[in-house]
Design a protein around this ligand. Structure first.
Ligand code: ADP
Ligand code: MG
Length: 691
């Protein structure tokens, strides 16, 4: 329950003075629906005002004058401003207003009146002008003009200064709250108390106060991170406490492993033993396997499935597309069936009696393993004893979709797989409610993909080389990403590219794009897998999530518009076979320096985690990795990059708090509850649920 002390912050923004029916929607858009949201909207800059006189005014500065009104000069033609001439002891200052303020101004500021006026100075020779002054007050109220003023985000109809008033009022409503941070940590970090920190950020005295590195901002960021980590830790604990079947490694998976044509890498062995530890614990596993494309996640999943089968339980592996599901099936079925386990493939294509017979095998338990797409979680699919669910490319499924599959088994364990490399520093915020196993080592024998950047004018030359390579039996991806506002234009670009390539290379050029019917797409993909298509033009990453070992060339248009992680993932589609592989990153010149540096990172490194970390450093903020799409939480006070050192501390702190006081009943526990209520990030909120 929300403590009373927070009530004033949890009222609609319309309770703020000056927020009427017209302004309320603007405030809501800018900040959010309640007063707390206004309080959590921080200034982004500040204005310094200096007192001056007409002879010393400086062009471009924001300055305050004490003047006497001399004359009102109405516009002579439409389009001209209303001008007010004023003077101080050194000369004139002209104030201008566009739009019809005239008569009102004349009444408010009659000739002879003494006024304090403040605004941005424009100086033309000896002429001083202030357009749309920020302040125009009685001279004796000059002290009301703040010398330093925070600048808030603004929107049409809601200027920064108006918002500032709302923020000040929100601040007045905020009570000092009981301290939820550890006193020793607080002292060590030099953090002010919560209320004090807010007052500091809303009343900056210098630029440094606006920096994410200021103690006040760091304090508030830490609070938010702590609230989030607490919610994640509680959810994790909640999930764990679900009893789940104990699965122990058996001879079956040993046999599967022995029959593999390769040995597991160290990273695979580590991940597998982590998975096994979870599955044997009696509590429900929620584990993410994170590793580059081709790092061998599927093999780990397969051995876990064999473990489940030896404990008499079924497994289901779900992939986002039919092609991927089929590839998984083709990989998994032979080794598992060789050990006597029946594997079925279930996709949207299965209809009628064929489907019915597959469903029957899942229902009576004769199929130990199901591989499939969304078809797996449909209502009429029932398992006899589903003990393990594996979600490939987990971010491409909705929370409910993953849950619907998992719910088909009583306390089914979960393994999620992701090829999006999340830097370790950010892992805790993205996947805090899952345990993470990183597969950070590639199977041996992979040749690194020679990567280079080339400007678009060199496309003809690249096509020539592609032609030679295709004639020699190589296969290539050519990615034309969606870059314009209009899908139609992008599609046309891709079609034109395919046509041009066809003209140069011949009929073996195929095209897949998002708007194609699935069956048609599958057919082209199948031809590519079979080698009938030599160059595959594709509009998105989606269609290329498949394994085509013979493909050795990747051309990416508009590479500068992609996140590095994405480029790296795309590149990972080649370099899987024996052939020397290459990747060409095409860009429209000129390339900005940052873009250049970013592409350089890709040329130098082949490690997804390293690339992600470097990219993060280089971009320094924002959404460098496309994290929003992978379910990254939208923080309001914390910047996951600038404050990343605080993430791990907050995670530890959260764990410790809950270990000592699981029900949050101690005084600090009570304060922590207030923190959680403040952010509304409770255990049950839909964060980025991966399980
Ligand atoms: P991911 O799912 O991580 O993209 P996969 O599990 O599909 O990767 O593995 C990619 C390829 O590497 C597959 O062809 C697989 O058989 C092979 N592979 C996996 N592990 C090893 C290993 N330890 N040694 C050699 N090849 C491996
Ligand atoms: Mg895979």
């Amino acid at each position: 329950m929300r403590p009373e002390i927070l009530f004033p912050l949890f009222t609609p923004v319309s309770t703020l003075k000056g927020v009427g029916p017209r302004v309320a929607p603007l405030v809501e858009r800018l900040a959010g629906p309640i007063v707390r949201d206004v309080l959590f909207t921080l200034p982004q800059g500040l204005i310094r005002r200096t007192a001056t006189t007409s002879d010393r005014a400086v062009d471009g500065q924001v300055q305050t004058f004490l003047v006497t009104i001399d004359a009102h000069l109405p516009p002579q033609r439409s389009g001209q401003p209303w001008r007010v001439r004023a003077w101080d002891e050194h000369g004139f200052v002209t104030l201008t207003w566009f739009k019809g303020h005239g008569p009102h101004l004349e009444r408010q500021h009659p000739v002879g009146a003494r006024r304090a006026v403040s605004g941005k100075v424009e100086r033309f020779g000896s002429e001083i002008q202030v357009a749309h002054p920020d302040y125009l007050l009685d001279a004796d109220r000059v002290a009301d003009i703040p010398p330093i003023e925070p600048v808030y985000p603004a929107t049409a109809g809601l200027p920064s200064r108006t918002f500032r008033k709302f923020a000040q009022e929100a601040l007045e409503r905020a009570a000092a709250l009981p301290e939820w941070q550890d006193p020793a940590w607080l002292a060590k970090s030099g953090f002010p108390a919560w209320r004090e920190a807010l007052a500091l950020v809303h009343g900056p005295q210098a630029e440094i106060d606006l920096s994410p590195m200021s103690v006040a901002r760091r304090r508030l960021a830490y609070d938010e991170l702590l609230a989030h980590q607490l919610a994640l830790a509680q959810r994790k604990a909640g999930k764990r406490s679900h009893p789940a079947p104990r699965i122990v490694a058996g001879p079956l998976s040993d046999s599967v492993e022995k029959a593999l044509p390769f040995r597991l890498t160290g990273a695979q062995i580590r991940a597998l033993s982590e998975v096994r530890g979870d599955m044997a614990s009696g509590e429900r596993m929620g584990r993410l396997l994170q590793g580059d494309v081709g790092s061998g996640k599927t093999v780990v999943a397969m051995l876990a499935m064999a473990d489940a089968a030896s404990s008499g339980l079924q497994s289901a592996l779900m992939a986002p597309t039919e092609i991927l599901a089929r590839q998984h099936y083709e990989t998994l079925a032979p080794p598992l069936e060789a050990q006597g386990l029946a594997v079925i493939l279930l996709t949207g294509r299965d209809k009628g009696s064929a489907r019915a017979s597959k469903l029957a095998k899942l229902a009576d338990g004769s199929a130990a393993v199901a591989v499939g797409t969304h078809a797996l979680f449909q209502d009429d699919v029932a398992f006899k004893a589903l003990g393990l669910t594996i979600i490939d490319e987990q971010h491409r499924f909705g929370v409910n979709e993953r849950k619907r599959l998992q719910d088909k088994g009583a306390g089914a364990h979960l393994v999620a797989m992701s090829a999006t490399p999340i830097p370790r520093t950010l892992e805790l915020t993205v996947f805090g409610d899952l345990d993470v196993s990183r597969i950070d080592e590639k199977p041996p024998g992979r040749t690194p993909v020679a990567t280079r950047a080339a400007p678009t004018p060199r496309i003809p030359e690249i096509i020539e080389r592609l032609k030679a390579a295709a004639q020699a039996g190589a296969q290539a991806f050519w990615i034309c990403p969606l870059v314009s506002e209009s899908e139609k234009i992008d599609l046309r670009d891709a079609e034109q590219r395919a046509a041009a390539l066809r003209q140069a290379i011949g009929p073996s050029v195929g095209l897949v794009h998002g708007q194609m019917p699935a069956a048609e797409k599958d057919a082209v993909m199948a031809d590519f897998v079979d080698g009938k298509v030599s160059v595959l033009v594709a509009t998105t990453v989606v269609e290329v999530g498949v394994n085509v070992p013979n493909a050795s060339i990747m051309v990416i248009e508009h590479a500068d518009r992609f996140g590095l992680a994405q480029l790296h993932q795309l590149r990972g589609r080649v370099g899987r076979g024996a052939r020397e592989s290459s990747c060409v990153l095409l860009y429209d010149p000129p390339l900005s320096e940052t873009a250049q540096q970013r592409l350089d990172i890709l040329r130098r490194s082949d490690d997804g985690f390293e690339i992600a970390e470097k990219d993060l450093e280089l971009r320094g903020g924002g959404d460098p990795l496309g994290l929003k799409q992978s379910g990254f939480p939208a923080y309001r006070l914390a910047d996951p990059v600038a404050h990343r050192d605080l993430i791990a501390v907050a995670a530890d702190d959260a764990r410790l708090i809950l270990a000592r006081d699981p029900d949050l009943t101690s005084p600090r526990g009570q304060a922590v509850r207030t923190l959680q209520e403040l952010f509304d990030w409770k255990a049950a909120s839909p964060l980025n649920d991966a399980g």
